[in-house]
Design a protein around this ligand. Structure first.
Ligand code: TYR
Length: 502
């Protein structure tokens, strides 16, 4: 049908992968999604190849022009701004105008928030990103072969490494060894990284292996005649439809808590930014202007916030946490506890809480913890520095977004391993008596998760991923590095499946 849909497939399954699925997904020999610090710091030769390819592929992906469908800019742009059509899907939602009632999603773009498909929409989104990086890895190796004469035999070892690569995650609920506390991954504090390109190509790379860190930021790939990036809101002639606008922050103005850190400004000048910032944007005196719009990182400020648990409670606009929330690890622990969450709706999204489905303990949903980490990672106050990660319409332009959301997908997979049957299990309960919240119907597992297509050249309206299609992550040919161990509890000592445990 219609011209061209992009097929989001999941990367290929290795020939030696064996499915032992009974009920809970269990497939042996699937390639692993690693924690970023283990990935970046590995001494294993094959993993070093993967790391090198990842760095070079991410750099290549980020430099693609904004009018290319498979550019970093457009893939990140699916989430919110510039609110343009992607892959022939129906147009995304526009920014709502004026004060918004609670419930539903107060943002434009394709992303799903405050709905029970929040974790499921982001699953094919990660798959698309993984596939884009992987395609760029292959291009890097192809380039080495054709332009730099890398021998076929050597290229083959690199292709093999690429086949087994999967997206890394940032486990922000684990203390980082370099600070002994909750913090950015160490590699996010460094402007440079070490890579290990083929020895035959050593003349083309710095001899030290020291290379610009593509996780450090993202600036507009559209460059002016001096080679400097245009502001995201002033794309060159012919590319204006990709302009990024300012966020009027109307949704944040409606927050009931006047002390919410986002309430100290009425707009964020994203159009003027030439690159993403982390705790980097400040208001000059009298609000005559802003500084830090050219991509400024303050990782040590971020680390201060991430390790300060009180902030989670303070930045809670809806008072979802009634008791001391503990630190990030405690939050995750409670999220997985049946005392806090006993249905899919409670676990998956802020929506249930926002619409008045309270339980005795109060609870922290995956989305709620995720929101806090977004704000803590990017910075959401002009007093201490604002960053893209804290604002939904632009968050995905920051490369750390993909590490954070891979972690969200991992937490989803852990929930599924623990409570496979708690999946769209709840009947929508009646709203609390007197609830002022509108009765927005819950998402379903067959809702189309646009704009993610599951067929090449398919029907852009119907060949679309759904929660149901993406439920079993092992069908998408990845496993999390520490989830095999969890699944292995179901294996008998001789390695066969312990039927009793399913
Ligand atoms: N700003 C949002 C809040 O305060 C959190 C958030 C930020 C959620 C970026 C998603 C996102 O992409 O709730």
């Amino acid at each position: 049908m219609a011209d061209g849909t992009f097929n989001i497939t999941g990367l290929p399954r290795p020939a030696d992968a064996v499915s032992k699925t009974k009920k809970i997904p269990y497939v042996t020999n699937l390639p692993l999604r690693y924690e970023i610090s283990a990935f970046a710091g590995s001494k294993d030769k094959e993993v070093r190849k993967q790391w090198t390819l990842y760095v070079l592929a991410l750099e290549r992906f980020k430099s693609k022009p904004v009018d290319e469908k498979l550019s970093y800019f457009q893939v990140a742009g699916i989430h919110g701004y510039p609110e343009t059509v992607w892959d022939n899907a129906p147009p995304p939602k526009s920014d709502p105008v004026g004060p918004q009632p609670p419930g539903g999603q107060p943002f434009g773009g394709y992303c799903n928030h405050n709905g029970i498909n929040f974790p499921n929409w982001h699953r094919p989104y990660m798959l698309l990103f993984e596939q884009c990086i992987w395609d760029n890895m292959k291009d890097v190796i192809g380039h080495w072969k054709t332009k730099h004469g890398l021998p076929d035999s050597e290229a083959q070892a690199w292709y093999t490494a690429a086949e087994k690569w999967r997206l890394p995650y940032w486990d922000w609920a684990r203390k980082q060894s370099y600070t002994q506390d909750f913090a950015y991954p160490e590699v996010l504090t460094q402007g440079t990284v070490r890579i290990y390109p083929p020895a035959a190509l050593k003349d083309f790379y710095p001899p030290s292996g020291i290379y610009a860190n593509p996780l450090w930021g993202f600036s507009n790939p559209e460059l002016n005649e001096d080679g400097d990036p245009y502001p995201f809101g002033s794309m060159p002639k012919g590319k204006e439809e990709w302009n990024i606008k300012d966020d009027p922050v109307d949704h944040q103005k409606e927050l009931p808590d006047p002390n919410h850190p986002n309430n100290d400004t009425d707009w964020i000048p994203w159009s003027q930014a030439t690159g993403i910032s982390r705790y980097g944007i400040f208001v000059n005196n009298e609000r005559t202007g802003f500084r830090g719009l050219d991509g400024i990182n303050n990782p040590w400020t971020a680390n201060n916030f991430l390790s300060n648990v009180d902030l989670i409670a303070k930045s809670d606009p809806n008072k979802q946490i009634k008791h001391n929330p503990g630190n990030l690890a405690d939050s995750v622990n409670r999220m997985f506890s049946p005392d806090y969450n006993s249905t899919w709706g409670q676990f998956a999204s802020t929506k249930w809480k926002n619409e008045g489905h309270t339980n005795a303990t109060g609870y922290m949903s995956l989305e709620y913890i995720h929101n806090n980490v977004h704000n803590l990672t990017g910075g959401s106050s002009f007093k201490t520095g604002v960053g893209h990660m804290s604002d939904v319409p632009v968050a995905a332009f920051d490369p750390i977004f993909w590490l954070h959301h891979c972690q969200i997908d991992r937490l989803l997979a852990i929930w599924q391993s623990l409570y496979w049957d708690l999946w769209f299990d709840q009947k929508e309960p009646p709203r609390n008596p007197g609830s002022k919240y509108p009765n927005v119907p819950d998402d379903t597992e067959t809702d189309f998760l646009q704009p993610f297509h599951d067929k090449a050249n398919g029907d852009p309206l119907t060949d679309v991923w759904t929660a149901k299609k993406a439920r079993n992550w092992t069908d998408l040919n990845y496993q999390y590095d520490d989830l095999m161990a969890l699944s292995q509890k179901a294996l008998a000592p001789d390695g066969t499946l312990d039927e009793e445990k399913f």
